[in-house]
Design a binder for this molecule. Structure first.
Ligand code: NAP
Ligand code: HSE
Length: 446
């Protein structure tokens, strides 16, 4: 489709909407609720012609918009010459890839909220869109309603980004917040997040950190203009976070958050490399990131001209996400030109990657040990042997919340900055020396 600036009597923009679940039905609702605003902002109306679903008979959160035809046949959407834009909200990778690829082949612009698709299998789609001069927009795929994609692509284009960290998964943040403030168990909090429409169809993507890693891979592309393959991102989720560690963290004035982080580190010759990971971390109570609760997301970045910046908003849910999808559709309705990756050449170079064992950080370490003379000396010896320096320590005399059958007392350390390799080696020494009653628990500290 050619790019044209709309005139007041421009013809409606015609959408084919793939998916009418949480986000898709939210979009249908917003298109009706904000119809006047849409016309004022784009000079034309927007209508949905086709809706693709798997189950034609399923009850929907919002009604099927008037005039839209519902189908199970993807080609009805991609092959209809009247359709201007395919909106992909089915999720997953394979079917979504086929759908988007075929839509581009049929000269449709594309809007998607699918971070898994773009992060794992998006390269050829970006390339095809560029070659065919089509728009591929994806604001909702990272941090829901928070306009971080547009900010990195356009508003901050005059900056060099130095580092970026954030809370990128609403479901995990909701679970950790509920465990911290309401004392709710992990499994119950996950169920609530699913009921509220925050979780992925496969919620292991949320709790094991892979959804946040997909978003981080997209942010890295936008911020640094390089390809950082998802498989190279260090990922650790929140499945094993224990209430005991949440309450110990509180005693040190920290909260546990699932963090996605990328930062540039320069070697002795000044050559820049990137380290990127998703992991639970202790965040100091006074940091804004620690205050991000529920399904909210946040991104904090540092850039060479602007300095630090903080973005905050709803990271998941029907209407917050649909609002971001609609903004992308409006940009197309206004006749904007493609700027899909934020860089003029869609084929981006590979990132130079720092191995995760070399990252430096402070650590929270919880050990379960026998309460007997000499234990502390032996533990300190293991740390000293790996050059890990302890900043503070608490010991609890009572035995609580340990695994069934385990004996011993919890001993909690905060270390000074050390490498991940040194930390792992010190813990290995303790385990090999028979000092630990249970496997050690350790998290980075921001
Ligand atoms: P959802 O509630 O599970 O809805 C998916 C919809 O797609 C359903 O209508 C489903 O049909 C349809 N569908 C799925 N696979 C299909 C297939 N192979 N062929 C045809 N139709 C198919 O998912 P969602 O939460 O709306 O998420 C949609 C996308 O937005 C995902 O990529 C997700 O990662 C992303 N996203 C979601 C949120 C959020 O808060 N939920 C936020 C940001 C981004 P049936 O209804 O008939 O089953
Ligand atoms: N499942 C995702 C989350 C949806 O919880 O953040 C938003 O991308």
């Amino acid at each position: 489709m050619a790019n044209m600036a709309p005139s007041p009597d421009a013809k409606p923009l015609t959408l084919a909407l793939a998916g009418f679940g949480t986000v898709g039905s939210g979009l249908g609702h917003l298109l009706e609720e904000n119809a006047d605003q849409i016309r004022r902002r784009s000079g034309r109306s927007i209508r949905i012609k086709h809706i693709l679903v798997r189950n034609l008979l399923k009850a929907r959160q919002y009604a099927i918009p008037e005039g839209a035809m519902i189908t199970r046949d993807p080609e009805t959407l991609t092959d209809d010459p009247e359709v201007d834009v395919l909106v992909e909200l089915i999720g997953g990778i394979e079917d979504a890839h086929d759908l988007v690829d075929r839509a581009l082949d049929h000269d449709k612009h594309v809007v998607t909220a699918n971070k898994a698709l773009l992060a794992e299998a998006g390269d050829d789609l970006f390339l095809k869109a560029e070659q065919r001069n089509l728009i591929l927009r994806y604001e909702a795929s990272v941090a829901g309603a928070v306009p971080i994609v547009q900010a990195l692509k356009e508003s901050l284009a005059g900056n060099r980004i130095i580092s970026l960290m954030g809370i990128l998964n609403g479901t995990s943040n909701y679970i950790l917040s509920e465990m911290t403030t309401a004392g709710i168990e992990f499994a119950d909090a996950l169920q609530q997040a699913q009921r509220l429409g925050y979780a992925e169809a496969d919620p292991t993507l949320d709790i094991d950190g892979h959804d946040a890693a997909h978003k981080l891979a997209l942010l890295i592309r936008l911020a640094f203009g390089v390809n950082y393959p998802c498989r190279s991102i260090f990922v650790r989720g929140i499945r094993d976070i224990a209430s005991l560690d949440i309450s110990f963290a509180r005693e040190f004035n920290y909260r546990i958050k699932l963090i996605g982080q990328v930062r540039e580190v320069r070697d002795e010759s000044g050559v820049p490399h990137l380290e990127a990971g998703v992991f639970p971390a202790l965040v100091q109570d006074t940091f804004l990131l620690a205050r991000v609760g529920g399904a909210y997301n946040a991104v904090r970045l540092d850039a060479n001209a602007s300095g630090p910046m903080f973005f905050h908003g709803r990271g998941a849910g029907a209407l917050p996400t649909a609002g971001a999808v609609l903004a992308d559709i409006l940009a197309i309705a206004r006749g904007e030109r493609p700027n899909n990756t934020g860089y003029v050449n869609g084929e981006l170079p590979m990132a130079s990657i720092v191995p995760s064992e070399e990252w430096r950080s402070r650590y929270y370490v919880r050990l379960t040990v026998q309460d007997k003379p000499g234990t502390l000396r032996d533990l300190a010896g293991c740390m000293a042997a790996e050059d890990v320096s302890v900043a503070s320590m608490i010991q609890k005399s009572q035995i609580r919340n340990l695994s069934e059958g385990a004996s011993g007392v919890p001993l909690v350390f905060m270390t000074h900055e050390t490498s991940a390799r040194a930390m792992a080696n010190a813990l290995m020494r303790m385990s090999d020396g028979g000092l630990l009653e249970e496997p050690a628990v350790f998290h980075r500290v921001l």
